[in-house]
Design a protein around this ligand. Structure first.
Ligand code: C2E
Ligand code: MG
Ligand code: MG
Ligand code: MG
Length: 275
């Protein structure tokens, strides 16, 4: 079809515009299709949560990060293939609600199990979701509805969410923190937020982005960044976790630098929880 359009455009002489129009149309169609797919996927429960364990220095599991997957005709689709479109279309609001509710239901189940009740779940929050004026109230309603232990729920936000009115953001964080919810700053070090903004936020945890962890044991520059994040976290009274830990070397370097919590393929890949 694209070839046909190219041929048409050529036939039309230098009329490149027709070709670009066609491509744009095709992209728009794909977007609409994806959007309809997400909508239908929500209705027919095609989404599921994978969980990736988070570990203490002694190897014990402190909790899990919930990572959404879309299972479409048996194929597992990663979030990078649909979250951006869900954000653009606003569908991230119902999808995000479903994700939070599912995580809360899991926490409520664990609450009844003595060997599981200490476990926490971290849920990624999209900027679009966070900007929704109803966000905080919806989280509180979900906690009430599911009877999930709020102090086991951690919300992961990113620096990109911190660009708007800081006072408003702080209000939302404080409101949810009075319920016991904790906040973690995901992908830390990759955004553009100023230290001034960051240090004013009532956070609980910094999450070192995997791009700094990847070459930690090879590049002194990455080691310097990681060390700086760990020291900043410690000085602000925050816990620090490293993500994307794949090797024993990386884990050892992190320990030497003062990071005692880990997440990564070295420990476990994201997967469905065993029933
Ligand atoms: P993230 O929150 O930073 O999640 C970490 C990503 O790194 C996950 O990819 C995880 O599978 C991957 N990962 C974990 N350990 C390792 C490792 O040792 N090596 C490598 N190379 N990768 C590792 P995933 O699940 O594809 O998610 C990608 C991103 O999509 C997430 O980054 C997050 O920003 C977003 N995302 C995932 N689930 C959700 C969700 O439920 N809601 C929202 N709004 N965003 C989500
Ligand atoms: Mg995350
Ligand atoms: Mg992230
Ligand atoms: Mg991350």
């Amino acid at each position: 079809q694209a070839e046909l359009a190219m041929y048409d455009a050529k036939k039309a002489g230098r009329d490149q515009i027709r070709f670009f129009d066609f491509e744009m149309q095709e992209q728009a169609d794909k977007r609409t299709e994806l959007e309809a797919g997400i909508r239908k996927g929500l209705d027919s429960q095609e989404f599921c949560l994978y969980y990736q364990s988070q570990h203490e220095a002694d190897g014990s599991v402190l909790g899990y990060e919930a990572l959404v997957r879309w299972v479409r005709e048996g194929v597992v689709i990663p979030p990078s293939d649909f979250i951006p479109q869900a954000e653009q279309s606003g569908l991230i609001i119902p999808l995000g609600q479903w994700i939070l509710k599912t995580a809360c239901e899991q926490l409520a189940k664990w609450k009844e199990l003595p060997d599981k009740q200490h476990l926490s779940i971290a849920v990624n929050i999209s900027a679009v979701q966070f900007q929704d004026p109803k966000f905080a109230q919806q989280v509180i309603s979900l906690l009430d509805q599911t009877q999930a232990p709020a102090d086991r729920l951690e919300l992961e936000i990113t620096e990109s969410m911190l660009i708007s009115d800081l006072d408003k953001i702080i209000d939302i964080l404080l409101l949810l923190k009075t319920r016991g919810i904790r906040f973690s700053l995901d992908d830390f070090g990759t955004g553009y937020s100023s230290l001034d903004r960051l240090t004013n936020l009532p956070l609980d945890q910094l999450k070192i982005d995997q791009r700094f962890v990847r070459n930690l044991d090879k590049h002194s520059r990455d080691a310097a960044v990681v060390k700086t994040i760990i020291d900043l976290g410690r000085n602000l009274g925050l816990s620090v976790i490293a993500e994307g830990v794949e090797t024993d070397n990386q884990r050892e370097r992190l320990l030497e630098l003062g990071c005692y919590q880990f997440q990564g393929y070295l420990f476990a890949k994201p997967a469905l929880l065993p029933e």
